[in-house]
Design a protein around this ligand. Sequence first.
Ligand SMILES: [Zn+2]
Ligand SMILES: [Zn+2]
Length: 159
Amino acid sequence: MGRARPACHTEGVSPPQPDAERLGEMLRSRGLRRTPSRVAVLAVLEPVDGHLSVADIHQRVLAVTGAAGPDLATVYRTVTTLVDHGVVHALAVDGGLTTYGLAEHPHHHAVCTECAAIIEVPAQRLSIALEHASEASSFTLSEQAGLTLHGLCPGCQPR
Ligand SMILES: [Zn+2]
Ligand SMILES: [Zn+2]
């Protein structure tokens, strides 16, 4: 048979490319028009696996777009719209900032008590623990509502 075709896309791992098409589809499926600022916010949040404050989102958007990017108020409005439509969800931590993350996959949150970083924990990983907790307390727990765990993020753990 013919020569084996070279595997072309495994070498040289490129930085995660925000896929504007897919992000646009994510918006469309929630009944939202695709706008540059919405796509920009999603492109920032998608690779994070955690939550960011509006100021952080704004900074990261500007890192991509340069000074021509949306201002903070626009990013704030955009994030609010995305929350209203269930694309993004908000998490308020006691005494901290409200942060935002993609709502696409059910997840819980782990908050670093040292630096306040918020890491998402896939809901699946905790579903058995939740079942046990419900059985023990006859309390109905919702995966939608989510849990907030506290601990140290990898960066803050003592070596
Ligand atoms: Zn979240
Ligand atoms: Zn930390």
